[in-house]
Design a protein around this ligand. Structure first.
Ligand code: ACO
Length: 429
């Protein structure tokens, strides 16, 4: 049996150290004993962007980026997308197992019964400018929920955690729809308990004067599938924000607000909005080669391509690309699709992209579908935040139950000036 350890020789001192290896990792704290002299703080691992640092043990989501595999709690994403529903997947992520029929029914009922939000939320929505980005409104209002539910601060009470999680999953679509309707100046639509999770979301978005809104079942199903695909993705930027902020033991509404803000950035959840802008700028299939040339010269990024973890086709992109056809059968074909297909065709043959293992990610096609369904680009990150809330709260629960976790507080390597004395302004050069 090979020994599960790593022997390090410090060439500065000639000393040798043996560090245990567990689950393919050494403990960064074991490096601390490696010192060049008595005043040395101890060796640090320098890892900007956390390329090679595991900050937790997790049993939620498994990704093999080289093989293009994504699993939630061991279930392949392809099977869940085809056979499950978003609420069932949310339960799976949060509780670790698929629910039995009774548990599922109770969970769906609980979520359905908690979709309403306090009337006062409407009042402070009025304070947002008419053109406020819906994601800013969503992050602000979900954070404000902590003031409506002060019991959420009781994070070590498992029953309280269950209640807050149900509230979050139930109210995210309501707040999201309200943020949209505010931006278009429409009155807010009440939730309809007769509808499924995604049907109800569509109802709160699009209902106008009809007594009962009838969502298109194909679009509701497609949205449900998109929600499944976006529900979790292990330690990405927003989930890391959720864990970091959650590690301060703040309530989950505040931590979800922080995660939502992280998701908003164009290198993360904002990428599909950026993809559409890019496709519109390219304008036509004929302009694709010139654009690819710009990207290769470093002037532009091919948005929706590349991923920190996937060095193969993102499995979610494969499912979304297939689903696009079903949606376009209902909505009509998005004219930008041809530009996207041409970009993909050329990029996948080009050595620049092949050698860097840059493939379409989840955002490359999702924006096209959302646009065809009638969502403005400003809603795309909101559509991501709703399902990702399930992943955020699952990761938050895991964090709270992990005895090894502490408040997140990375180290730095200080390279600034050495101690110096203050000089009054009039004597400064
Ligand atoms: N277009 C052109 N070149 C790219 C792209 C791209 N989309 N992505 C990476 N590269 C190049 C980089 O310039 C770099 O080239 P170099 O080695 O010559 O310097 C190389 O590929 C490696 O890229 P990094 O930026 O080091 O990879 P990193 O893991 O840090 O970045 C990221 C991953 C942020 C996703 C990046 O690929 C990117 O910016 N993509 C476009 C934005 C995007 O689609 N984001 C959505 C990600 S999915 C999600 O968050 C849900």
């Amino acid at each position: 049996m090979p020994k599960e350890s790593l022997t390090i020789t410090d060439n500065r001192t000639g000393k040798q150290y043996e560090l245990p290896v567990s689950n393919g990792a050494i403990r960064a704290m074991d490096l601390r004993q490696i010192k060049s002299g008595p005043d040395d703080f101890g060796l640090l691992a320098y890892d900007p962007g956390f390329f090679n640092t595991a900050a937790c043990n997790s049993k939620i989501t498994y990704i093999d980026g080289d093989k293009g595999i994504l699993e939630y709690r061991g279930y392949p994403i392809e099977q869940l997308a085809e056979r499950s529903t978003f609420l069932e997947v949310a339960w799976l992520l949060i509780n670790g197992e698929l629910p039995n029929k009774k548990q599922l029914d109770a969970w769906v009922t609980d979520v359905t019964m908690h979709t309403m939000v306090h009337e006062n939320i409407k009042k402070f929505l009025e304070g947002f400018r008419y053109d406020a980005h819906p994601m800013g409104i969503l992050a602000g209002t979900v954070s404000a929920l902590s003031t409506f539910y002060p019991d959420a601060a009781d994070i070590f009470n498992s029953r309280s955690r269950e209640i807050q999680i149900c509230r979050l999953i139930a109210k995210m679509p309501t707040l999201s729809a309200m943020s949209y309707r505010h931006s278009v100046g429409m009155p807010y639509a009440l939730p309809d308990n007769q509808l499924s999770y995604t049907e109800n979301f569509l109802n709160m978005l699009w209902k106008v004067t009809e007594v009962t809104y009838k969502p298109n079942p194909i679009l509701a199903k497609a949205l449900d599938m998109l929600f499944i695909l976006h529900a979790d993705h292990e330690q990405n930027c927003s989930t890391t924000a959720m864990r970091c902020v959650g590690s301060s033991q703040v309530d989950p509404f505040s931590a979800v607000a922080a995660a939502a803000v992280a998701l908003h950035g164009p290198l993360h959840g904002g990428a599909n909005e950026a993809v559409l802008k890019m496709l519109a700028q390219i304008g036509s299939k004929e302009n694709v080669p010139a654009f690819i040339k710009e990207v290769k010269s470093g002037k532009d990024l091919l948005m929706g391509f590349g991923h920190r973890v996937y060095k193969n086709y993102d499995p979610r992109a494969t499912i979304i690309k297939r689903m696009a056809e079903q949606v376009f059968d209902v909505t009509g074909r998005n004219p930008l699709l041809d530009i996207a297909l041409e970009l993909e065709r050329i990029a996948l043959q080009d050595d620049y992209f092949v050698s860097r293992k840059l493939y379409p990610n989840v955002d490359f096609y999702s924006g096209l579908i959302y646009q065809a369904m009638g969502f403005p680009p400003s809603m795309f990150t909101v559509l991501f935040a709703i399902p990702r809330t399930a992943g955020w709260v699952a990761q938050w629960l895991e964090l709270l139950e992990d005895k090894e976790q502490k408040i997140a507080r990375p180290r730095q390597i200080y390279l600034g000036p050495k101690r110096r004395d203050y000089v009054p302004a009039e004597r400064r050069a």
